[in-house]
Design a protein. Structure first.
Length: 269
């Protein structure tokens, strides 16, 4: 197959750069020589083998048709993220993925609840209507209409003073570019967990999302936007923990004062 009239070479280079990975590192992951990858990216290979077509398609999780026939560099960020989510623009005609939801007998959207034990299954079936239809369903008052909500459990203390092990009610986010220090549940593709973080988009600069914790004990984390499956914006939360009257700042100041007293006592010894 001749690659002369296709986008194969430019797409390989574009996707590799998008992943922020070197030719040497990518060639190692694919089990090929770096020189062969370089020739693929420059279009020096005029006859593409079936083995190469399949190998690169499986690595990027993008269909061969798309790699050959769609100029990926001209797609918008939202469509690229949908493509990376497994929603192939060539096969689907470039349509954005429709979020799988369930409705009640009055055709009103349910609020699906994703329990802790369903986390692993959700990562595999979040865009499967059959799977979503089997999740527990809730009807919660005072939620805005014409929006999609879902409830997730939280783990850990990275978002104190919001307590751990609470239930977070969230709204589905279609456009991630406007997020700026927005509390969100982030669904990562390759992690069997839900991250509850303050999210800021860095898509326009380096195609990443910055995840920040309210708890200063946790460091910020940058993740590649293509590694994220879904983002759900915080709306409210449910907890059985009675909040302390002491704020986080007050707690920190109290701890610092206790340390000062301990240090002083050591000096006096």
């Amino acid at each position: 197959m001749t690659s002369q009239n296709f986008y194969w070479a430019s797409n390989l280079k574009f996707l590799r750069n998008r992943k922020k990975i070197s030719q040497e590192s990518m060639a190692e992951k694919l089990g090929i020589a770096r020189s062969k990858l370089a020739m693929q990216e420059t279009g020096a290979v005029k006859n593409l083998s079936l083995e190469d077509l399949i190998k690169f398609s499986e690595y990027f999780k993008i269909s061969i048709d798309t790699l050959l026939k769609v100029d990926l560099a001209k797609l918008g960020e939202l469509r690229l993220r949908e493509l990376e989510a497994g929603n192939d623009v060539y096969i689907s005609g470039g349509r954005i993925r429709v979020l799988s939801i369930s409705v009640d007998k009055n055709n009103k959207e349910n609020v699906e609840f994703v329990p802790v034990k369903a986390k692993a299954g959700y990562l595999a079936g979040y865009n499967d209507p059959t799977y979503i239809g089997k999740l527990p369903k809730l009807s919660l008052p005072h939620l805005p209409e014409n929006k999609t909500f879902r409830m997730f459990p939280t783990e850990g203390d990275s978002m104190l003073p919001i307590p751990e092990n609470c239930l977070v009610i969230t709204e589905y986010v279609t456009d991630w570019t406007g997020l700026k220090k927005t509390p969100c549940i982030v669904i990562m593709r390759n992690e069997q967990t839900f991250l509850f973080k303050m999210v800021s988009s860095q898509i326009d600069t380096n195609r990443t999302m910055l995840l920040h914790s309210l708890n200063p004990a946790y460091e910020d984390k940058e993740v590649f936007a293509g590694d994220i499956a879904e983002i759900w914006k915080y709306h409210s939360h449910i907890t059985d923990v009675i909040p302390s009257s002491e704020t986080l700042i007050e707690e920190l100041l109290r701890t610092v004062n206790e340390i000062k007293v301990d240090v002083k006592s050591l000096k006096d010894v």
